[in-house]
Design a protein around this ligand. Structure first.
Ligand SMILES: [Zn+2]
Length: 312
């Protein structure tokens, strides 16, 4: 997939094309915006294009040169994808154990990035969920970003960039990714053969969320049918932590959207809506900062039921 196939991020894509045309690549980028709106996809296209040996600055990478083939297979020696899998591999641990980006990971990355590019062009690191950098890791990263190795560029991806230190933010060129218009999310789903109108209503401009929702037709009704169904929902969360967190996030989102809609339709009072929505927002943040997804989902469902979100 190349630049022209990206839906709903015209501004970000335009800015990146301009950078490619100017041939001046800034050394640090911050791609900011909600989850599931295409940050990683666009970063991937941009990196492949910069590294490509036969790039088209409008269209993107060629897809057939040796650099593109290596990137496609995830084995490009000059393209580091720094995420839970990268860290798990370094530490010889399970992906589910990676709660935050640790300083050893950043130090390792620094040594990898200090070596000359192996394929002759640029070298790049894409740091996924940059808000999960520990303080010590942010400091280590800042040291690199203050004097980035020659011919390297760095892309931080974050849905909560405010959590990053100002010293890092001030060095980065920020590219904002907005929620995607409903019509375009519908097109993205349609391309995958999915037509889920309910998912569209609930997704708030995140194609990633819409895709997740569309896989779970019974949501969120089943979550609040009975106390037992909440227990089932919490127990059916995936075993690995990043997936369990993502799914919990989805449940919180779905519950609060439904509370909102119940309130607007006059089915629950404002004070009930407000109280439950606040608690759920609090639980959502707690899970993002390491609270247990299972018990948090259980509490959120109970809270929504208490507010009157039943028999959807
Ligand atoms: Zn190429």
């Amino acid at each position: 997939m190349n630049f022209e196939a990206v839906k709903g991020q015209e501004k970000a894509v335009h800015a990146l094309r301009q950078i490619l045309k100017s041939a001046k690549i800034p050394s640090v980028f911050l791609f900011s915006g909600p989850d599931g709106v295409g940050k990683r996809l666009v970063a991937d296209i941009f990196v492949k294009t910069v590294l490509c040996e036969a790039k088209d600055k409008e269209r993107g990478f060629c897809g057939v040169c040796s650099s593109c083939l290596a990137a496609q297979q995830g084995v490009h020696p000059d393209f580091k994808m720094v995420d839970a899998a990268y860290q798990a591999n370094l530490r010889d641990e399970e992906i589910s154990k990676q709660r935050s980006l640790r300083v050893d990971t950043i130090r390792h990355l620094r040594s990898e990035m200090s070596m000359e590019p192996l394929m002759g062009g640029w070298k790049t690191a894409l740091i996924v969920d940059a808000e999960t950098l520990e303080i010590e890791s942010s400091n280590a990263l800042l040291k690199i970003l203050e004097e980035p190795p020659r011919k390297t560029f760095w892309i931080l991806l974050s849905s909560r960039f405010q959590a990053l230190p100002k010293t890092i933010l001030s060095r980065a060129l920020r590219i904002d990714f907005a929620p995607i218009a409903k019509k375009q999310v519908r097109e993205i789903l349609a391309e995958k053969g999915i037509g889920a109108e309910e998912a569209l209503e609930l997704c708030a401009g995140s194609a990633g969320r819409a895709l997740e929702f569309s896989k779970r037709e019974n949501w969120p009704g089943v979550l609040t049918e009975s106390p037992l169904s909440a227990i089932e929902a919490s127990e059916s969360l995936p075993k690995d932590l990043p997936s369990a967190r993502r799914e919990a996030d989805l449940i919180f989102f779905s519950l609060s959207e439904n509370l909102r809609s119940f309130y607007h339709r006059g089915r629950i009072s404002f004070s009930n809506f407000e109280k439950a929505a606040k608690t759920i927002a609090w639980l959502k943040n707690a899970v993002r900062s390491n609270a247990d997804p299972r018990s948090s989902v259980l509490l959120a469902c109970a809270e929504a039921q208490k507010a009157g979100l039943i028999n959807l």
